[in-house]
Design a protein around this ligand. Structure first.
Ligand code: SAH
Ligand code: SF4
Ligand code: F3S
Length: 481
């Protein structure tokens, strides 16, 4: 790393001394746990809600816990530590967490040495932390996204003190390199390339709970990617709330297209995915890089949110539907088999039915293979939460169902149009409903099911598509590798 880069990054990178201090706490906790549980490894149940970024954070939480001497279990029963890594993106995400935490009250009564912790996006909000403090007295430890690397210290305080630990101070965010990671899969890996978001879409809580955009050093990303390939990972997903902004805060001149090219150059048999692309910053250079890099899947998740320019402006999205469509056309010209997916919000404050119909028109014009659709949910502290929202929930629900029906037909027609094509699939496991059949994902991350034996799991296979149902393709094995 040259000195200029050091200067740029020194404000956000957690210094080595701080990471060493956390290592000391790791050792202290390990000794403490060993004394407290001399006969068996104490188990932790860590569950991450929300997006891939949160799942990736959860893998770092587990990495740190493993260093401290915890084993892991798949359910709250039997755990000595329960840690929920929460999501705040919509109200129902928060409700689910509160419901699950409520259910732990009984467990804590039966087992007073159980530690309960909450962390992540939801607890980065002061009003949520306050609510937990008042209404959930059996929660021992609460911390936000910015304190992830301080888990050893916070856990030490929780284990040794006789009071509850809260660490939810807000910040622009940091980058902690070199934290231990305990990955959920031996096949597919998350690789964060940047953290935070600067876009402040008016409906969205993410920039409020994850701080400002900050890119990891490209050499650190490349080193991690190389290590993943060496360890046999077959799929690497590059993560960021807006990967197209990658590098804007660095002085080394690497942008996201450049980063993709460099990861693509790593020798080995693996594929590269990335999410999420913001349409505003999705450049022609990036599309060209996807077209030219053979390991990068021809799939672009390009959330449009709405097909109405007035609503897009009120959302602070900084693009118009005409430019969005031009981008799609450019990508289709460069990458003929490209698969597009998107996110849509129905019922943004003040949205009228005619404006919603513009979204339907856009969906029909673009023809996405899949959509993630959400009814607008007001989030405390965001601009949209104070906008007039006169449309009743039942009406928004009806629009939402209309959208789903339109998309179901489009998606299924596109799936059927793949019949006869042979596609490379990463085989992930046996079908739950029908062992003897295997499941995997094609380049568009679409589920593919086909007959085959378990020896194929963990490798790529060429599968000829023979049929489709909503959300799933069926096929026959053409070639194994
Ligand atoms: N950074 C990504 C998405 C992050 S959140 C991007 O910009 O595309 C994932 C999706 O949740 C968003 O694309 C949006 O469709 C949805 N979402 C975010 N806030 C929401 C809210 N308040 N109500 C409903 N949906 C929301
Ligand atoms: Fe939220 Fe917009 Fe940032 Fe995505 S780009 S995380 S929707 S503020
Ligand atoms: Fe992700 Fe939810 Fe946070 S979507 S960034 S975990 S608010």
């Amino acid at each position: 790393m040259n000195t200029q880069q050091m200067d740029i990054k020194s404000g956000v990178t957690v210094p080595d001394e701080e990471l060493d201090r956390q290592k000391e706490y790791e050792r202290e906790v390990r000794e403490l746990l060993h004394k407290r549980y001399p006969d068996a490894l104490p188990l932790a149940f860590v569950h991450s809600y929300g997006c891939q970024q949160n799942v990736s954070d959860g893998e770092k939480l587990k990495g740190q816990l493993a260093q401290m001497g915890y084993g892991f279990c798949d359910s709250p029963e039997g755990a000595k530590l329960i840690l929920y890594n929460t999501c705040a993106v919509r109200e129902n995400a928060e409700d689910r967490v509160f419901g699950n935490v409520g259910a732990l009250k009984k467990l804590k009564k039966q087992q007073p040495d159980l530690l309960i912790g909450l962390c992540g996006c939801m607890t980065q909000q002061q009003q949520v932390a306050d609510k937990i403090k008042q209404s959930y007295p059996y929660v021992d430890l609460v911390f936000g996204t910015h304190a992830l690397h301080r888990l050893p210290e916070l856990l030490y305080q929780t284990l040794t003190g006789n009071r509850r630990v809260f660490q939810v101070e807000n910040s622009d965010g940091v980058i902690a390199e070199g934290l231990p990671v305990r990955r959920d899969s031996a096949l597919k890996a998350n690789l964060p390339v940047m953290y935070g978001c600067n876009n402040f879409c008016t409906y969205c809580i993410v920039p409020h709970v994850r701080g400002r955009e900050r890119s990891r050093d490209p050499e650190a990303v490349l080193a991690e990617a190389r290590q993943l390939v060496e360890h046999g990972y077959k799929e690497i997903t590059l993560l960021g709330q807006n990967v197209n902004s990658y590098g804007k805060d660095l002085s080394c001149g690497v942008d996201f297209a450049g980063l993709l090219r460099r990861i693509n150059d790593i020798p080995g048999e693996f594929v590269i995915r990335f999410m999420t692309s913001h349409p505003r910053d999705c450049t022609r250079e990036l599309i060209d890089a996807i077209a030219q890099c053979e390991k990068v899947c021809n799939h672009i998740h390009l959330p449009v949110q709405s097909g109405c320019n007035r609503v897009l402006q009120a959302m602070n999205r900084h693009y118009v539907k005409e430019d969005y469509k031009k981008l799609i056309d450019y990508a289709r010209a460069k990458i003929p088999d490209v698969i597009f997916t998107s996110d849509i919000i129905v019922g943004f404050p003040g949205e009228r039915y005619e404006e919603f119909l513009e979204t339907l028109e856009l969906i029909k014009a673009v023809r996405y293979h899949a959509l993630f659709t959400f009814i607008y949910s007001p989030r405390v502290g965001t601009k949209a939460a104070s906008m007039d929202d006169p449309v009743p929930a039942e009406e928004k629900g009806a629009w939402f169902r209309e959208l789903l029906a339109v998309q179901q037909d489009i998606g299924l027609a596109l799936f059927h149009s793949m019949e006869g094509q042979t596609q490379r699939v990463l085989v992930e496991g046996e079908s739950r409903s029908d062992p003897g059949r295997l499941t995997g994902r094609n380049y568009g991350n679409i589920l593919v099911e086909f007959p085959g034996d378990a020896s194929l799991i963990g490798s790529f296979a060429d599968v000829t598509i023979t049929g489709a149902k909503p959300g799933i393709l069926f096929g026959e094995l053409k070639k194994r590798f």
